[in-house]
Design a binder for this molecule. Structure first.
Ligand SMILES: [Zn+2]
Length: 379
């Protein structure tokens, strides 16, 4: 058991672009770089959104939001969103879900079993809001900071009965039809594939404009776009090497998906690595991942306010680390937490909604119901 745990931690540390030796438990943190939250005005009720931006903080429960709020001196962009509620995350065969089953519920509006990527327990492949959007003539996009084959983005774009089939899932992007794909995972697209295929070249042959760095992506002019900008995950937000990569990728997706587009778009943006650092019981790195995600939320809210026809929903797939905020100081951005485990838990998670149609999101909702409510604006 202990050996397994060590292997899991080592894999995790590598997947987050950090050395295994850095994965000691950290429960105390002072955030050195606070920022001011944006202020946005909510549009009138009763509007049908033309554009939908669905933002998922992986592992970001109420306790994580509260901790990040404290670290950022008592403010967060996501808290500027006027409609707030709680979401139940459980999946069909387990009270405590994983990202695959939770992602399937959030993407397709159907609960399923652990480990399944947009498929029902009997293997039936599910359509997701990306499929609904395509059929409605809308453009689609996914922007993440993890491997694109990781569970959350995969549930929006791919189908597989097993989340661990990394090569199969990556190859499934060839047929997803999503217009703007950006994230990491080149090891599974090309570099370390065991079947000799180069999925990155193949998607280029399918007509995608392909980019291997955020810098190169910034020069993109035409859809469809496939940007695979890291071997696995992007550099961690704590390391300082992340810089504005996540914000730049998201801004570029908004620019390209909205340009000369009367039908609108559906975009999924994930703060993917919050969960990884909570598994490692590292409050410092987890807080910086949440704050990086929240800065993107601020950019998206400002874009949506200007657009006036956009719905923004922020939520989590589940909470991780059984974390408790034990003590803190808003004046100095100090947080002190306890981690009761290294896994997920069954707590409800918050959702926040802003913009056209946001008034439909309140109270206590099932994860699948939250997705169905979003998709009701697409179909
Ligand atoms: Zn997890």
């Amino acid at each position: 058991m202990k050996k397994l745990w060590i292997i899991a931690l080592a894999t995790l540390a590598v997947s987050c672009g950090n050395k295994a030796g850095e994965s000691e438990k950290v429960t105390h943190y002072i955030c050195p770089t606070p920022y001011e939250s944006v202020e946005v005005v909510q549009p009138a009720k009763g509007k049908t959104p033309k554009n939908i931006i669905f933002m998922i903080g992986d592992g970001m429960g109420l306790e994580q939001v509260s901790t990040a709020w404290t670290a950022n001196r008592g403010e967060l962009n996501m808290e500027q969103m006027p409609y707030v509620g709680l979401q139940r995350t459980y999946c069909l065969n387990w009270l405590v879900t994983d990202s695959a089953a939770a992602g399937t519920a959030l993407a397709s509006g159907n609960k399923t079993n652990k480990g399944m990527i947009a498929t029902l327990p009997d293997g039936t492949e599910l359509d997701t809001m990306m499929d609904f959007a395509k059929r409605a003539g809308k453009r689609t996009g996914v922007v993440v900071v993890c491997r694109l084959n990781d569970a959350t983005p995969a549930t929006f774009c791919c189908n597989n009965i097993d989340r661990d089939e990394a090569e199969e899932i990556t190859a499934d992007y060839l047929d997803c039809g999503v217009d703007f794909i950006a994230g990491g995972g080149m090891d599974y697209w090309r570099t370390k594939r065991t079947d000799g295929r180069d999925i990155f070249a193949e998607i280029g042959q399918k007509g995608y404009n392909t980019y291997e760095s955020v810098e190169a992506l910034m020069g993109a002019e035409e859809l469809p776009v496939a940007a695979v900008v890291a071997p696995l995950e992007l550099p961690s937000a704590l390391s300082g090497e992340r810089g504005d990569m996540f914000r730049q990728m998201t801004a570029k997706s908004l620019e390209m998906l909205s340009k000369d587009n009367d039908e609108g778009f559906v975009l999924m943006v994930e703060g993917s690595c919050i969960d990884d650092w909570l598994h490692a019981n590292r409050v410092d790195a987890a807080v910086e991942e949440i704050l990086d995600f929240d800065r993107v939320v601020g950019d998206v809210l400002q874009w949506a306010e200007k657009d006036g026809e956009t719905l923004v929903v922020v939520t989590a797939d589940h909470a991780t680390g059984a974390m408790t905020l034990l003590w803190g100081d808003i004046a100095t951005g100090t947080v002190e937490v306890n981690f009761a485990n290294e896994g997920h838990n069954g707590m409800m998670v918050p959702f926040f909604a802003y913009g056209a149609g946001a008034e439909k999101f309140d109270g206590v909702m099932e994860n699948a119901e939250l997705s169905q409510t979003i998709s009701s604006f697409i179909k």
